[in-house]
Each structure stands twice: as C-alpha cells, then as structure tokens.
Ligand binder design. Structure first.
Ligand SMILES: Cc1cc2nc3c(=O)[nH]c(=O)nc-3n(C[C@H](O)[C@H](O)[C@H](O)COP(=O)(O)O)c2cc1C
Length: 178
C-alpha cells in the first residue's frame, strides 16, 4: 500500500475535478491518499515524509502557469524530488491527440524549461471549455484564442474534453513509478 499526495492548482475548478478523480482512483486501488490545493499545502504545511508518491497538477492559463504555482514548486522542489512523482497539465489545446503528448504540447515543453522543479514523469490532460462560467474578459480572450486554434467560439459553449477513463489509467500509471 502506498501513501499518495495529490497536489493541484485550479482556477475554475476543473483541475480540482481531475485531481479528485486521481485521488479516488488511487484509493480504489487500495492505497492511502490525501489531496490538497497548493495554496492549502503552502499555508497549512505538508508532512512530506508521510508520502511515497506525489502527483501534481495545474491548468494552463494564458499560455503559462500561475505565479502562485511556480512559487510553490520553487519552495518545495527538493521535497517533491525526494520521492517518485508525476506532473500533469490541463489545457484545451490537448483536445487534439498530438497536443496531448508531452512532445506535442508546447505548454508542457514550456513548463519543463521554466519550472524550478523538473519532474521526471509528465502527462497532458485535455481540460474544459466553459464560457458561461468564465468572467466576461476571460471568455472574450479565450474566444480569440479559440478562433485562432479552430476551437469552439460560441459564448454558451460548455465542453468537457477530459477523457476520464484515461485520467484513471494515469493514476494507475503513477502508482507504478519508483
Ligand atoms: C483565463 C483562462 C486562460 C486559459 N488559457 C488557456 C491557454 O492559453 N491554452 C489552453 O490550451 N487552454 C487555456 N485555458 C483553458 C484551461 O486550461 C481549461 O479550461 C482548464 O480546464 C481550466 O482548469 P481550471 O478549471 O482548473 O482552472 C484557459 C482558461 C482560462 C479560464
């Protein structure tokens, strides 16, 4: 039995749902698991030595990752590195198969270049388009990005691109890391 910590950042809640599916799968496979947002982990502290595996996730927002997330990684990169681990990003570009690979996903390449923590295992997960839930300015900005990338542009579009079975497979894959 492994003890696993799932850490995530989420702006609109979708990465939190992905993290929860990973957490549930890890438990369903007979392991112990906790789940924390990076903000909670930073404020409340983490008992790093309690865990055998860390799974860390963050959405791509405007082509990059939030400062709060990078700051967390800079602060705790040694703790994360000390155990088996995996990093997943969530983006809508990953709705196309080629951009769902670490090599074909420029945001993953950017992460591997810029992140203070260099994870040894990575995964790209397709996220959610949710115009009604996004603020007006965000929705307008993303609509522009979608026009350029031939994605959905209707302001009432809600499309979940996440392959939830693949998320479960990813969680099981993480359990094999050593
Ligand atoms: C403000 C904002 C900016 C985004 N920028 C990008 C982007 O540059 N590239 C992309 O592929 N997806 C982008 N997305 C899509 C998100 O990565 C996707 O909706 C993800 O599911 C959001 O996760 P969250 O709900 O945990 O924040 C953006 C979404 C928002 C709300």
């Amino acid at each position: 039995m492994k003890s696993v910590l799932v850490l995530y950042h989420s702006r609109s809640g979708h990465t939190a749902r992905v993290a929860r599916r990973i957490w549930e799968t890890v438990i369903a496979e007979g392991n112990q698991a906790d789940m924390m947002s990076v903000m909670e982990a930073d404020r409340e502290g983490v008992q790093w030595d309690k865990y055998d595996l860390f799974i860390v996730g963050c959405p791509v927002l405007y082509g990059t990752y939030p400062k709060v997330f990078y700051n967390f990684l800079a602060k705790f990169k040694n703790e994360l590195d000390a155990k088996p681990h995996s990093f997943f990003n969530v983006s809508v570009v990953a709705r196309t198969p080629i951009k769902a690979t670490p090599e074909g996903n420029r945001y993953m390449q950017k992460f591997l270049q810029n992140s203070p923590w260099k994870p040894r295992d990575v995964k790209c997960i397709a996220g959610k388009v949710d115009y009604p839930n996004w603020g007006w300015l965000d929705a307008k900005m993303i609509q522009l990005i979608m026009k350029m990338t031939k994605g959905p542009t209707s302001m009432d579009a809600v499309i979940d691109y996440t392959d939830w079975e693949d998320v479960k497979s990813y969680a099981r894959h993480c359990l094999t890391l050593s």
